[in-house]
Design a protein around this ligand. Structure first.
Ligand code: ADP
Ligand code: ZN
Length: 768
């Protein structure tokens, strides 16, 4: 048994991180009890570490079951670079490697051994496993065991065998997807005994969600890609044919894109996946067959070219964005046609299964057309409460007010529905739009539709807007599609026509299209309002000098990865590169202090990185003082410590609640604080004034509730604050500040941090 905090030195030494991400400590402590555990954390939550670190600390070898060869390779490559003894045994391992790995396993030198479920089913691997001492069994992507999950793999079923093979070893299951049903299924299928359940929050604040009516997909995708130049993205499509077409269309307009679907040969699929992992291409267009193997952590956007088949799928697929915890964007382009396409594909499903599939489609359709916060919808879908601030989440098109309800939707709907009836439900959307616009088309005159009362009834609208509204009615079940794309009324449609059903139609063309012109690197002054700041996703640098440095470092990383035959994100994550740019270290010691630089990586890459930073012209060199010190704004006096988030004051550019709204910058800051960056580092990264960054920091402290103030404050400083509180109390910060200054001044932000850490510790101690 160990407490998670006794492993902090190991975390620092091996991975170069100073603090836990939310739920990590809890998950590690659950592992330490030696009981079975089920750990449910969102993608990017840092699950891997919660079994890798205990594996390091315990004697014996942890057996990790992982669903895909590519995943295993990436994990082992990354562990090796952190100095951890790890290997994988699978069908592609050569005989020579196999013998050597088995030896390392037998002697107990291996801390982690990755195996595949199909490998485990063979007697041969079981025989090998008997030779060593197993510390515990970890099952990654454990939802694959559940038929209720969306990635069911029959070979996961045989994992329960591990129980018989190693009756005394604890089994730890990890997943990011969990409806309660899937969770229970994992527990039963793995024959877990009274497991400890650790369930983290499903909220992924670094993602910005948008759901837009699909109009001109290629143009819409181009606009999205233009917001993320040079960055990685995934486009999901429903059918193989769509995948091929979209990939071709994107290539034609100069995007480095490749297709990926189950109809391609395995070799070609693998080549395309590798091209994506190695950053040779930026965009991969795929059916849902793609993804499980994708570990690339710096995916900056995920687009859906059509409705996903369920919310679970959406969460999993969109969740592949921003695994490195930096800002990323998820856009769902949808149309009423998608439901019909899915029904066609799922047509064979009958009975209960068919009904369940239909229900899931309806849910995801509702998500797409809903005019409510999308973060909230997703989080609540998974049974977790979500508190929405008065000014919204700041990270979805609804809360950002980009997507608005069309004025007077019910009347609009009535006009549209009656137009469908007037043409006797025998025509398609474009024709109906022409009638409503009062077009002079010959065909309309031939049918006498120019004499209808609906003729010209909506002439103030563009044809594509009318088509889009008809499409929305289709998607919401008020219309149905008949033969040759004709539109038919449903009974719900008749109710709506009589005003018996609420109908909400959104403005067909959302704002991001118009706002997307502004891309990374452009000056952020002038009219860049707070909302625009949030569309600036990407790695979050606002100044072009840092962006250029980032690109150079990425180039170095790509080259290093190529030589080492690994994926670039395995060498360093984007978050670590950002931290480096924040600090621009010039000595080994300074480099060692950077987040994400453990002992082994320092040995491997230290000289190269120092060479890089030392070669910079003097004005670009670092130590965190590359920018002129922004004007210091006095900390707001005497906010009672321990109260909730800091009151947002006027910001640098006068926008009142920028800290709330500019979530991309905020998230960059949060990720950086997670990594242990200092306030000055984050000032450089975000190009925000100290006062702003201090506010971000305090929000972060509030949110994360760290139990240690490291690396910002050491224990001596904490003790100093504690002593000062004894003397002058803590009702007001100013006297505390003044008292501390008698010996040595301490920032307001640091005093707040110290108070929060002391509080948290007290609570933990009281609970123990
Ligand atoms: P998951 O498997 O849950 O999707 P990962 O294990 O891939 O998440 O971790 C997500 C990212 O978070 C990785 O880039 C990892 O390096 C980083 N990370 C993990 N633990 C920490 C930590 N304690 N501090 C900072 N970053 C961390
Ligand atoms: Zn929202």
């Amino acid at each position: 048994m160990f407490s998670a905090n006794t492993l902090l030195p190991l975390l620092r030494q091996t991975w170069g991180f100073d603090a836990w991400l939310p739920s990590q400590a809890e998950a590690i402590e659950a592992t330490a009890t030696g009981r079975d555990t089920l750990v449910v954390m969102p993608t990017g939550g840092g699950k891997s570490l919660t079994y890798q670190l205990p594996a390091l600390a315990l004697t014996g070898t942890a057996i990790v079951v992982s669903p895909l060869l590519a995943l295993m390779k990436d994990q082992v490559d990354a562990l090796t670079r952190a100095g951890v003894s790890a290997a994988t045994l699978n069908s592609t391992t050569s005989a020579a490697d196999r013998a050597q790995i088995v030896r390392r396993y037998e002697t107990g030198e291996l801390k982690l051994l990755y195996v595949s479920p199909e490998g485990l089913a063979t007697g041969r691997l079981q025989d090998v496993l008997r030779l060593g001492k197993v510390s515990f069994i970890a099952v990654d992507e454990a939802h694959c065991i559940s038929q209720w999950g969306h990635e069911y793999r029959s070979d996961y079923r045989s994992l329960a065998l591990m129980r018989d093979l190693f009756p005394s070893a604890a089994m730890h299951a990890f997943t990011a997807t969990a409806t309660p049903r899937v969770r229970e299924d994992i527990v039963t299928s793995l024959r877990m005994v009274d497991p400890v359940r650790v369930v983290g929050s499903f909220h992924r604040p670094n993602l910005t969600y948008r759901a837009l009516q699909r109009t001109n997909l290629t143009v819409q995708l181009q606009e999205l890609i233009a917001r993320h130049p040079g960055d990685a993205g995934i486009v999901y499509a429903i059918r193989r044919k769509d995948v091929e077409e979209i990939a071709a269309a994107l290539s034609k307009v100069g995007v480095r894109a490749l297709p990926y679907h189950a109809g391609m040969t395995p070799e070609l699929r693998q080549r395309h996946q590798e091209a994506f992992s190695s950053e040779a291409i930026d965009v991969i267009v795929a059916t849902i067959a793609f993804g499980m193997g994708i570990d690339r952590s710096n995916v900056r956007f995920v687009a859906h070219a059509g409705l996903p088949r369920s919310i679970e799928n959406y969460q999993q697929e969109a969740g592949r964005a921003g695994r490195d915890r930096l800002p990323a964007e998820c856009v769902l382009f949808h149309s009423g046609q998608d439901l019909i396409a899915w029904r066609h594909i799922l047509g064979e499903l009958v009975g209960e299964v068919g009904q369940a599939a239909e229900r899931r489609l309806q849910e995801v359709q509702r998500f797409a057309v809903n005019l409510a916060c999308r973060h909230r919808y997703l989080v609540e879908y998974f049974g977790e409460p979500f508190e929405l601030d008065a000014d919204g989440c700041g990270a979805c098109d609804v809360c950002l007010r980009e997507c608005t309800e069309s004025p007077d939707s019910p009347t609009l709907a009535k006009k549209l529905l009656s137009a469908v009836i007037r043409v006797e439900q025998r025509f398609g959307a474009h024709y109906i739009a022409d009638v409503l616009r009062g077009s002079k088309r010959e065909k309309i005159e031939q049918f006498g539709h120019d004499r209808l009362s609906t003729f010209g009834l909506m002439k103030e609208f563009e044809s594509q807007d009318i088509v889009s509204w008809l499409d929305q009615l289709l998607g919401q079940g008020f219309l149905d599609r008949g033969p040759m794309n004709t539109l038919l009324m449903t009974s719900e449609g008749w109710h709506a026509l009589r005003g018996e059903r609420p109908v909400r139609l959104t403005m067909p063309r959302g704002k991001p299209e118009r706002r997307s012109k502004r891309t990374r690197g452009q000056a952020s002054g002038g009219g860049a309002g707070p909302v625009e700041a949030t569309t600036q996703a990407g790695h979050g640098f606002d100044d072009s000098a840092s962006s250029a440095l980032f690109e150079q470092l990425r180039q170095w990383r790509r080259e290093t990865a190529r030589l080492e035959k690994v994926a670039p994100f395995v060498v360093f994550s984007d978050a670590v590169l950002m931290g480096l740019i924040g600090r621009r270290p010039l000595t080994l010691q300074a480099l060692r202090a950077c987040p994400g630089i453990g002992d082994r990586r320092l040995e491997l890459y230290g000289e190269a990185l120092l060479g890089f930073f030392r070669a910079l012209p003097p004005e670009a060199r670092g130590g965190g003082d590359v920018l002129p010190e922004p004007t210091h704004v006095e900390a707001p006096p005497a906010v009672a410590a321990g109260t909730s988030t800091v009151v947002a004051g006027p910001d640098d550019d006068g926008a009142v609640s920028e800290a709330k709204v500019a979530s991309a910058t905020l998230q960059t800051a949060f990720s950086a604080f997670d990594l242990g960056c200092s306030i000055s580092d984050v000032m450089v990264m975000t190009t925000r004034a100290r006062s702003t960054v201090e506010r971000y920091f305090l929000d972060w402290v509030e949110d994360r509730r760290p139990t240690t103030a490291s690396p910002w404050l050491d224990e001596r400083e904490l003790a100093r604050v504690e002593a000062a509180v004894h003397l002058v109390g803590r009702d007001r910060l100013k006297p505390l500040h003044e008292h501390l200054a008698l010996e040595e001044p301490l920032d307001y932000a640091m005093i707040r941090l110290a108070l929060r850490v002391l509080d948290t510790r007290k609570k933990v101690a009281a609970a123990a």
